[in-house]
Design a protein around this ligand. Structure first.
Ligand code: HEC
Length: 188
């Protein structure tokens, strides 16, 4: 047996089996201390400090998901300020009216009262909540399988937002010969 081994030899003797006092490898100890440090930090932050509980994290994820559901469609979101401004601009509403007369009356009627397409003047909406963002989305994307074209490829941005603002302004106008309501009642 080498000298090095002799130094490490303990005086334990189990039926002739002897024990060496090997020190633990550095990398192993390093890992152990790291996990201890991490554990202490974790305990302080989550148990003693302000770290969020599992319930808090769940609640904030649910809230984030809910707000995404009600938010304007992402592709149009940057245009929201424009959409809102167009609603009060006589000039843009006039552009919107012209677009509507040229492009939409064949299906929605000359006053938006509904024909092949649904009535756009009532409080009932098949798609979304009747707010400006929801109208913009359905005009933008269309509903191809129901016969509503996606106008994004057919109109300029200005025309699309103008006609959206115009459609929004039709709500509550109560035109004669209006088509029966379709979809869900949405209060302003
Ligand atoms: C070829 C026919 C057609 C044309 C043209 C058309 N639409 Fe539509 N539109 C439809 C149909 C059909 C629906 C209903 C879709 C459904 O049932 O899902 C609809 C739905 C809509 C809706 C959603 C209504 C709701 O209750 O959710 C809006 C808003 C709308 N159209 C706006 C327009 C605008 C603005 C134009 C012109 C730029 C236009 N549409 C042109 C057929 C048309």
């Amino acid at each position: 047996m080498s000298d090095e081994k002799n130094e490490k030899l303990t005086d334990h003797d189990y039926d002739g089996i002897q024990e060496l006092d090997n020190s633990l490898p550095q990398w192993w100890l390093g890992l152990l201390y790291l996990t201890l440090l991490f554990g202490a930090g974790y305990y302080c932050y989550y148990e003693l400090g302000s770290g969020p509980s599992i319930q808090d994290e769940f609640a904030s994820e649910v809230a984030a998901m809910e707000s995404k559901k009600t938010a304007a469609p992402p592709s149009l979101f940057p245009e929201m300020p424009k959409l809102v401004a167009y609603q009060t601009s006589a000039e843009k509403l006039a552009v919107g009216k012209t677009v509507f007369q040229n492009r939409c009356v064949s299906c929605h009627g000359d006053k938006g009262q509904g024909l092949i397409g649904p009535n756009l003047t009532d409080d009932y909406w098949i798609h979304g909540d009747g707010k400006i963002g929801a109208i913009a989305k359905v005009v933008h994307d269309g509903v191809l399988d129901k016969g509503m074209p996606p106008w994004v490829t057919l109109l300029t941005d200005e025309e699309l937002y103008s006609v959206t603002a115009y459609v929004k302004s039709l709500r509550g106008t109560n035109p004669a010969g209006a088509k029966a309501s379709q979809g869900n009642l949405v209060k302003e």
